[in-house]
Ligand binder design. Structure first.
Ligand SMILES: Nc1nc2c(ncn2[C@@H]2O[C@H](COP(=O)(O)OP(=O)(O)O)[C@@H](O)[C@H]2O)c(=O)[nH]1
Ligand SMILES: [Mg+2]
Length: 314
């Protein structure tokens, strides 16, 4: 485990423990070294709901937790371990793998989500990871709405050593996607990463544009896009759940990226999002830097959420 990788986990842990500070304080106040009567279990359930885990997961976690037999003198550590296990049981089945180099070539990935959720940043991090592993990557600037968005993505592409295709702002995003896939096939790229716009104030227009992008990609490759990553910002809390609902219903999503789990994260919302979505959580963002993207590890996440160190700490 490199220094760098440990840094990721400590940032995740820091961010999540900030989001769950109240939760961890309450754990020790409410649950440690006391008999688990109904009022204490109710307090735990309430605490989980307040941490954005949602009522149904909160109920199941509380029930699983109550089934544990704690001695009179259960330590904070023991209580947290049991709670982490109960949270992990919810999330392990919702953990997925993003591995574009295991699929067909060119492997086409579409990034969708509202403005500011972290689509472009996530795409840039993935591009750098793939080129670092020797893959040939083409990036398409499908957010043709804002010139600044194209520039931001171009910087990421240059940094990653990936090739870049764009159109003047205002151009048809579907046309760009089509041209990009045609080029990726002709020039034998391993992966094509397609950014998109996220202006949800015109919801129907956006959904139509995304649907059209997918439709034209399928004219060239019926299997494309091989991955549709929905990028959600954890700091918006329960709004992330509403966004999952909107995009999940309108567009076929194959994986979720939950960003901004560092900093002011309200990481608990990952639990109801994971359960509401038909597709698994595949990646998490833990910072703005190029290396701040992690495969989603349900157990490490659960331990961090309840304020235990991740399994990669000494
Ligand atoms: N702290 C933090 N910031 C992030 C993360 N991912 C993205 N951001 C920041 O969120 C802002 C919006 O990201 P951007 O990729 O432009 O979002 P987009 O509109 O969906 O393309 C930028 O300032 C990013 O640096 C993350 O995991 N952690
Ligand atoms: Mg963007």
């Amino acid at each position: 485990m490199s220094e760098r990788r440990q840094g990721w986990f400590s940032r995740l842990t820091d961010g999540l423990s900030r989001s769950s500070r109240e939760m961890t304080e309450q754990i020790s106040q409410v649950l440690v070294a006391r008999p688990l009567d109904q009022s204490r279990l109710d307090a735990l359930e309430e605490m989980l709901i307040e941490a954005d885990l949602g009522p149904s997961a909160a109920e199941r976690i509380t029930r699983a937790f109550a089934a544990q037999k704690f001695g009179k003198s259960a330590s904070e550590e023991e209580v947290k371990e049991a709670l982490a296990e109960a949270v992990a049981a919810e999330l392990v089945p919702r953990q997925g793998v993003f591995d574009p180099l295991a699929g067909p070539r060119p492997f086409v990935v579409l990034f969708i989500g509202v403005n500011g959720s972290g689509k472009t940043t996530t795409l840039g991090k993935i591009a750098a990871d793939l080129t670092g592993r020797g893959a040939r990557v083409l990036i398409a600037a499908g957010d043709t709405f804002r010139a600044a968005a194209v520039e931001q993505l171009k910087v990421w592409a240059e940094r990653a050593g990936a090739d870049f295709i764009s159109r003047p702002s205002g151009s048809d995003a579907a046309g760009l996607a089509y041209d990009a896939l045609e080029r990726a096939r002709a020039e034998h790229y391993d992966v094509l990463l397609i950014d998109t716009a996220g202006r949800l104030q015109n919801k129907q227009g956006l959904m139509d544009e995304l649907t059209k992008m997918i439709r034209v990609l399928r004219k060239l490759d019926p299997e494309a896009p091989h991955e549709v990553l929905l990028v959600l910002d954890a700091t918006v809390g329960r709004n992330a759940l509403a966004q999952e609902n909107i995009f999940g219903n309108a567009i076929g999503v194959s994986g979720i990226v939950m960003t901004k789990l560092d900093g002011t994260a309200r990481g608990g919302v990952l639990v109801p999002v994971a359960q509401a979505s038909d597709s698994p959580i595949k990646l998490i963002g833990v910072g703005e830097g190029v290396e701040d993207l992690l495969p989603f590890d349900a157990r490490a996440f659960s331990r961090s959420l309840v304020g235990l160190e991740g399994p990669f700490h000494g």
